[in-house]
Ligand binder design. Sequence first.
Ligand code: FES
Length: 83
Amino acid sequence: MKVTVCIGSSCHLKGSRQVVEQLKELIASKQLQDQVDLSGTFCMGNCEHGVSASLDGENHSLTPDNTRDFFERQILAKLAVND
Ligand code: FES
């Protein structure tokens, strides 16, 4: 599974760094490093909905406050389906 978080300037101002840090910790806490490929990207052209992220090509809007929810509802749920 590929998770990409925008680290462009607009998303950076909205907390993309915290989002990435949180995702890293959450992924590590479940030992999913082999299954989740987390990376950063420059502006995804969707600044008004930032922090922009994509999960296997599907766009999502994250904030530092909803990152845990995104992890649980999207990433964990998808991995469970794929198992
Ligand atoms: S800076 Fe993130 S979508 Fe533009």
